[in-house]
Design a protein around this ligand. Structure first.
Ligand SMILES: Cc1ncc(COP(=O)(O)O)c(C=O)c1O
Length: 456
C-alpha cells in the first residue's frame, strides 16, 4: 500500500492522537498538511529501523531505480552525502574529491577531519563550467594516493554535465576504493530516454535529491547503496546521526509517491524529454543567445533537462539575462554566473512554461548587440591545501579584506551560492591566481563577499 493511501485512510479514522505532533491532526489555516502528519505510531513503521510499510516503500524504490538498497532521506541530499562520507571515512583519512563538489561534501570533510585531495575536471570551451571528470584523473590520483578511502564525484553537475562513472568506478574498484556520486541533480537519470545515471554505472553510494528534478517536496532525497565495498547497515547507522529522529511522514509519503509515479507513468518522462527537444528546436534560430548542449571530447554526456542559456559574445551577462527574464517576463531562473544563466526544468515543467521561456529569449535576443566575448575564464587549480580543513576552522581567526589575504591560510569559505562550490576554503593558502579569478567572476556579475577569514 502506498504510504500516502495509508495516511489518508488513517486521517479518516477517529483515533485519538495522544502522541506527537502537537497539532493533533487538526487542520488550521496556518498549518499545511496537518491531517496527514503523524509520528511513528502503530502500523506506520519507523524510518530509522524500518521493517514494515516504510521498508516496503524503500524496497520498491530500490527496484524502481534499479539499485540494491534505497533509503529515503528527509534532510535532502545534504544529509545523505554527509552520511555517505561518514560511513566510509568517518574516522579521518584521505579522500579524493571532485573540485566542483557541493558544500555538504566540505562539511563532511570538516566533521570527519578528512584530508581532501582535489580532482579538477577541464573547463568547457563555450562556457565557464566544469566538464566531465576524466577517469584518468581519478586513476592518476589513486596511484599517487594509495591510502585514499573514497572517491567523491558530482555527476550530473548543476549544469547537467555527466561523468563516466562506470570508468571511474572501474579505476577505483580495482583498488578496492568505493565511489560516492552526488547525483543530487540527476534523480531522473536512468529513466529512458534520459541518459543512464550512477546507479546503473555501479557507484557504491548514490545520493539523489528527489525535489530538484522530480515532483517531490523540498528536502526529499534518496540514497542508493550497492556492491560489496560499503555496508548498507553502516550507511543507515550514519544516516541516523545526521537526520532527525522524527522524520516527516509528509516527506516520506512524497518520496514514496514519487517512486510510484516513475514506475507507473513512464510516459511522463518521455513527454518531458520530447518537450525539451521541441524547446531546443524552437530556440535554435536565436541570433545571439544560445541554448547550449555541451558535447565534445571533455563531455561524457549532458542531461538535456538543464537549459544553459549562454550570453557569450553579447552585451548581456548571465546575471543580467536572469534579471531581464524575471523583471520583463516573470520567469525565475535557478542561477546565473559569468556569461550564462541556468533554467532548470523538471518533471512538472509544462509546454506552456517552455513556450514562455522560448518567446522571452527570442524577444531579448532581438534587443542584443554583438560584443567581443571576454577571454575564457580559466579557474586556477585549487590552492594548496596547507592544512586540514577541520584544523583551520578550529584555529584562531582574523577577518581580512580579500585583497589583503594573499599568502594567508583561509579559515573560512568563499563561495557563490548557487552553485555552492567554494573558490577558497579552510586550510587553503590564498594565491594571487585565486584572487584574480574571484575578481574576474565579480566583474562578470557573480556576487561574492569581499572579506575572508584567515588564520591569525
Ligand atoms: C551538486 C549538489 N549536491 C548536493 C546538493 C544538496 O541538495 P539538497 O538541497 O537536497 O540538500 C545540492 C544543492 O543545491 C547540489 O547542487
Amino acid at each position: 500500500m502506498r504510504l500516502y493511501d495509508a495516511l489518508t485512510a488513517y486521517s479518516c479514522t477517529d483515533a485519538v492522537p495522544m502522541h506527537m505532533p502537537g497539532h493533533k491532526r487538526q487542520a488550521q489555516d496556518y498549518l499545511i498538511g496537518a491531517d496527514l502528519d503523524i509520528t511513528e505510531i502503530d502500523g506506520f513503521d519507523n524510518l530509522h529501523d524500518a521493517e514494515g510499510l516504510l521498508r516496503d516503500a524503500m524496497v520498491h524504490a530500490a527496484a524502481v531505480w534499479g539499485s540494491t538498497h534505497a533509503a529515503f532521506c528527509v534532510n535532502g541530499s545534504t544529509g545523505g552525502i554527509i552520511a555517505g562520507i561518514h560511513t566510509v571515512a568517518g574516522q579521518g583519512g584521505t579522500i579524493l574529491v571532485a573540485r566542483n563538489c557541493h558544500k555538504s561534501v566540505w562539511h563532511a570533510i570538516e566533521l570527519c577531519r578528512l584530508d581532501p585531495v582535489w580532482l579538477t575536471p577541464p573547463v568547457a570551451d563555450e562556457c565557464d563550467i566544469f566538464t566531465s571528470m576524466p577517469p584518468e584523473v581519478v586513476e592518476d590520483a589513486l596511484t599517487k594516493h594509495p591510502d585514499a578511502r573514497l572517491v567523491v564525484i558530482t555527476s550530473p553537475t548543476y549544469e547537467g554535465i555527466i561523468s563516466d562513472i562506470a570508468g571511474i568506478c572501474a579505476a577505483a574498484h580495482r583498488r578496492g576504493v568505493p565511489v560516492l556520486v552526488d547525483e543530487a541533480h540527476g534523480a531522473h537519470l536512468g529513466f529512458a530516454p534520459f541518459p543512464h545515471g550512477a546507479v546503473r554505472a555501479g557507484a557504491d553510494i548514490v545520493i539523489q535529491s528527489l525535489h530538484k528534478t522530480l515532483p517531490s517536496l523540498t528536502q526529499t532525497a534518496i540514497a542508493h547503496v550497492q556492491g560489496d565495498l560499503v555496508s548498507y547497515a553502516a550507511f543507515l547507522r550514519s544516516k541516523n546521526i545526521f537526520e532527525t529522529s522524527s522524520p516527516s511522514y509528509l516527506l516520506m509519503a512524497s518520496c514514496d509517491g514519487c517512486a510510484h509515479l516513475l514506475a507507473d507513468r513512464p510516459e511522463l518522462i518521455a513527454d518531458w524529454h520530447a518537450m525539451l527537444a521541441d524547446f531546443r528546436a524552437q530556440t535554435a534560430g536565436l541570433r545571439r543567445l544560445r541554448v547550449l548542449a555541451p558535447a565534445g571530447a571533455d563531455v561524457f554526456a549532458h542531461d538535456p533537462s538543464k537549459l544553459i542559456l549562454s550570453t557569450r559574445g553579447t552585451n548581456l551577462t548571465g546575471p543580467a539575462l536572469m534579471t531581464r527574464l524575471r523583471d520583463e517576463f516573470a520567469i525565475e531562473l535557478e542561477m546565473a554566473s559569468g556569461d550564462y544563466a541556468l533554467a532548470m526544468t523538471g518533471l512538472g515543467t509544462t509546454r506552456e512554461h517552455l513556450h514562455r521561456l522560448a518567446d522571452a529569449l527570442a524577444a531579448i535576443d532581438a534587443t542584443l548587440d554583438d560584443t567581443p566575448a571576454p577571454a575564457t575564464l580559466t579557474l586556477p587549480p585549487p590552492p594548496e591545501q596547507a592544512m586540514r580543513p577541520a584544523d583551520a576552522i578550529a584555529a584562531p581567526k582574523a577577518l581580512l579584506p580579500l585583497e589583503q589575504s594573499e599568502g594567508r591560510i583561509a579559515a573560512g569559505y568563499l563561495w557563490a551560492y548557487p552553485p555552492g562550490i567554494p573558490l577558497l576554503a579552510p586550510g587553503q593558502r590564498v594565491t594571487r591566481a585565486a584572487l584574480d579569478a574571484i575578481a574576474a567572476l565579480r566583474e562578470r556579475g557573480v556576487e561574492l563577499k569581499h572579506t575572508i577569514e584567515v588564520i591569525k
